[in-house]
Design a protein around this ligand. Structure first.
Ligand SMILES: *[C@@H]1O[C@H](CO)[C@@H](O)[C@H](O)[C@H]1NC(C)=O
Ligand SMILES: *[C@@H]1O[C@H](CO)[C@@H](O)[C@H](O)[C@H]1NC(C)=O
Ligand SMILES: *[C@@H]1O[C@H](CO)[C@@H](O)[C@H](O)[C@H]1NC(C)=O
Ligand SMILES: *[C@@H]1O[C@H](CO)[C@@H](O)[C@H](O)[C@H]1NC(C)=O
Ligand SMILES: *[C@@H]1O[C@H](CO)[C@@H](O)[C@H](O)[C@H]1NC(C)=O
Ligand SMILES: *[C@@H]1O[C@H](CO)[C@@H](O)[C@H](O)[C@H]1NC(C)=O
Ligand SMILES: *[C@@H]1O[C@H](CO)[C@@H](O)[C@H](O)[C@H]1NC(C)=O
Ligand SMILES: *[C@@H]1O[C@H](CO)[C@@H](O)[C@H](O)[C@H]1NC(C)=O
Ligand SMILES: *[C@@H]1O[C@H](CO)[C@@H](O)[C@H](O)[C@H]1NC(C)=O
Length: 469
């Protein structure tokens, strides 16, 4: 595994895979590409679909057929997308580098699947997309175009991006993939970039709800993760330390697990990294739960003000669906949203680019996971959305929510469907039918939480008061 060449990387990975997980061979790519437009990331799914928000996008199984129902045509399509796969954030990349250095300077042996670590060179950067992440976004643009080709002909999307570099680049890569799929050589451009930062009203980046940003509940996600870490990590830590002869801390053990997705994101073929084979499938399920807890209690239904952070975007979505002005008093920017140049209401195709945390809040604001079993703060209950929320199913890299309106023969009113990473959401809260449809009227009615501003009134009350809620 010393050569960085993709062939040896792939074959070494396959060898490891065969030794530990014989089923991995079946999942290996036949044409050298793990990432595909239709299925997303398809190599070693038994590992790669359990990395929480660090999973590469994959097409999530859907109980309801994702194809538009018979006798219906799509009359409106909107996508809300996360940026593609990136390097670790700046503080994380420093921590990972130190963990690798600690292992290399203190390990007494590198047995079996640990052998590659002896000479592993840490080369990960910080914060920006990797080439694999860029390709995810190109594929995502093509995925959207393929699905909505009939609708979007001569109707270029209205594109907004949150202001961070990796989000902007993701939007541009998505437009590139979209243009490639249309065979139109002109690549579209972002119509509006909304800056990120304290004091900025940006429905694609939370910043301004004081109690959520700075109050005790801003620590809730971390606190719940810590409880679970204290249960699931020690046995893994003991095993790794006894195999390597090291004294890695709990945190360093989690860092080593994080290296699996992030090192995978540096591989030109994107076959899963050798770091991934240092852990068992059960351990990956526990890790997926760990990451899911962070999103659920940090930004989702588990956080008293999580769903409220998504309210501004939901109200913008309702405005677009109904072609009526935005009615919101949370984090929308009224200057932008009242100007047709920055918030048109007459378009049929929209694309917005954001982050996992904001999307988690928006999904919660919509109520999309109101009927899944709440995540326990102390035991693994489930690793998929069917029986419990999973970050891998909701906000992997290049995650995407499609909201579509359908016009169906014999029906007077248009209907709405929501598709999260290719999984049709049942919309049980507005009478979703067997194909996941609600009438537009019933859908708007169901969104009373957002229409009434969520709990925005609690954002600016004394922090100790909001903590007691
Ligand atoms: C790591 O870098 C060193 C120095 O540049 C080089 O000699 C070594 O071959 C590299 N190892 C791997 C596994 O690429
Ligand atoms: C590899 O095959 C997949 C699935 O058939 C396809 O989507 C993808 O575009 C192919 N990749 C290349 C590089 O040919
Ligand atoms: C090609 O794409 C550009 C940019 O999105 C768009 O303005 C133009 O209308 C498209 N041309 C056709 C023929 O669809
Ligand atoms: C709202 O948008 C306008 C126009 O881009 C900008 O000048 C203003 O600073 C924004 N206000 C807030 C609070 O974000
Ligand atoms: C975890 O859940 C238990 C039981 O519901 C609760 O008492 C405890 O406060 C929770 N811990 C955190 C950090 O939320
Ligand atoms: C292992 O590290 C912990 C702190 O993380 C330290 O308290 C302990 O003494 C170390 N053990 C050895 C054998 O170095
Ligand atoms: C920004 O949001 C705050 C808090 O809801 C609101 O008071 C303010 O009017 C908004 N600013 C703009 C320009 O919309
Ligand atoms: C989701 O649950 C919250 C909390 O119970 C509720 O306020 C909201 O209306 C629900 N959303 C939908 C769409 O039913
Ligand atoms: C999700 O969980 C349900 C219930 O435990 C199980 O039947 C189903 O097979 C799981 N689906 C996937 C894709 O893991």
């Amino acid at each position: 595994m010393n050569s960085p060449g993709s062939f040896s990387r792939l074959s070494a990975t396959l060898l490891c895979a065969l030794l530990i997980f014989p089923s991995a061979l079946a999942a290996a790519p036949t044409n050298g590409s793990c990432d595909t437009i239709d299925q997303g990331y398809r190599c070693s799914p038994e590992i790669a679909h359990y990395w929480g928000q660090y999973s590469l996008w994959f097409s999530v199984p859907s109980e309801i057929n994702v194809d538009p129902p018979k006798d219906c045509s799509v009359s409106f399509a909107s996508v809300l997308s996360r940026h593609g796969g990136r390097d670790p954030t700046a503080s994380k990349t420093m921590a990972y580098r130190l963990t690798v250095a600690q292992i290399q300077s203190t390990a007494t042996s590198f047995p079996g699947e640990f052998a590659f670590l002896k000479d592993y060179n840490y080369t990960l950067g910080a914060d920006l997309l990797t080439d694999v992440g860029r390709q995810e976004m190109v594929n995502s643009g093509a995925h959207f175009y393929k699905r909505y080709a009939k609708l979007v002909a001569n109707k270029p999307p209205f594109v907004r991006s949150s202001g961070q570099a990796r989000v902007i680049e993701s939007a541009n890569k998505w437009l590139e993939g979209y243009a490639q799929a249309t065979k139109n050589s002109t690549i579209g451009s972002i119509d509006l970039t909304i800056p990120e930062g304290a004091g900025v009203n940006n429905t694609l980046s939370h910043e301004i709800c004081t109690a959520f940003e700075d109050g005790p509940i801003s620590k809730l996600g971390d606190n719940v993760q810590d409880i679970w870490v204290s249960k699931f990590v020690p046995p893994i830590q003991a095993r790794i330390n006894s195999q390597l002869g090291t004294n890695l801390s709990v945190t360093a053990t989690v860092n080593l697990m994080d290296m699996c997705p992030f090192d995978t994101l540096t591989s030109p073929t994107a076959a899963v990294s050798p770091f991934c084979y240092l852990f068992t499938l059960d351990e990956w399920h526990q890790y997926d739960y760990y990451e899911s807890l962070g999103k659920y209690y940090g930004y989702g239904n588990g956080n008293p003000l999580g769903p409220t952070q998504g309210v501004g975007y939901v109200n913008e979505l309702l405005a677009r669906l109904t072609e009526t002005p935005v009615d919101d008093h949370t984090n929308t920017n009224t200057t932008l949203d009242s100007d047709p140049a920055t918030f048109p209401l007459d378009r049929k195709v929209y694309a917005d680019f954001s982050h996992d945390n904001d999307m988690s809040a928006i999904f919660a604001g919509l109520g999309l996971y109101n009927s899944t079993k709440p995540l326990s703060n102390s035991t693994v209950q489930g690793t998929n959305v069917t029986n419990g929320f999973s970050a891998a199913w909701t906000v992997p890299f290049a995650a995407r929510m499609y909201v579509e309106k359908l016009s169906c023969t014999g029906e007077k009113e248009e209907s709405v469907r929501i598709i999260v990473n290719d999984r049709v959401m049942p919309l049980e809260f507005c009478g979703g039918d067997e194909v996941g449809r609600c009438t537009l009227g019933k859908f708007v009615e169901s969104q009373s939480f957002a229409r009434s501003g969520g709990h925005w009134d609690q954002c600016f009350v004394d922090a100790t008061v909001s903590a007691r809620r």
